[in-house]
Design a protein around this ligand. Structure first.
Ligand SMILES: [Zn+2]
Length: 168
């Protein structure tokens, strides 16, 4: 009974006549569309897989480390500031030294612009040769130092003053 009904339905449906070529084209088009769709799916999956995985613990640790480094840097800057304020800029003025000498702890280096810069080997205070403070100039350049002077190779500039200002 059921078979009879199906046959009747098939007979009632409009028939379609296509050539072998047309069938071939139809199949090719269908297959290529399916292939393209699956290629797009695979591409999307690969792109998704290559995205870096954001691990929340990692992000948290990174943030903690950033905060810690920032705090540490601020402490260092504060320590340097305090040390520079109380430093006599004399040899052996470090807390670790057992006695203090009479010589200056500044080491002088002449930059390639010709500008001398003095750095205290204890507190890292920096004094440039064109400092406005005469006390700084005296301590850094006039007082006898326990350190030798050093110099970079000298270059000549069209505007030496500008070069000195820029090259520090
Ligand atoms: Zn110092």
């Amino acid at each position: 009974m059921a078979e009879e009904k199906e046959t009747k339905a098939a007979k009632a449906a409009p028939t379609l006549t296509i050539s072998m070529d047309e069938l071939q084209q139809l199949v090719t088009a269908a297959v290529s569309a399916a292939t393209q769709a699956s290629a797009a799916t695979v591409t999307a999956a690969v792109v998704e897989a290559k995205k870096p995985v954001v691990d929340e613990r990692h992000a948290y640790n990174d943030e903690q480390m950033r905060q810690y480094t920032k705090i540490q840097r601020e402490r260092d800057a504060e320590n340097t500031r305090i040390s520079q304020e109380s430093c006599p800029h004399r040899q052996g003025s470090s807390d670790l030294s057992s006695f203090q000498g009479p010589l200056s702890s500044f080491v002088v280096h002449v930059l390639d612009t010709g500008l001398p810069v003095a750095i205290c080997t204890n507190c890292l205070m920096k004094v440039y040769g064109d400092d406005d403070n005469p006390e700084h100039i005296k301590k850094a350049f006039r007082d006898k130092s326990g350190n030798g002077r050093s110099a970079a190779g000298q270059r000549h500039f069209r505007d030496p003053e500008k070069a000195m200002k820029a090259g520090r």
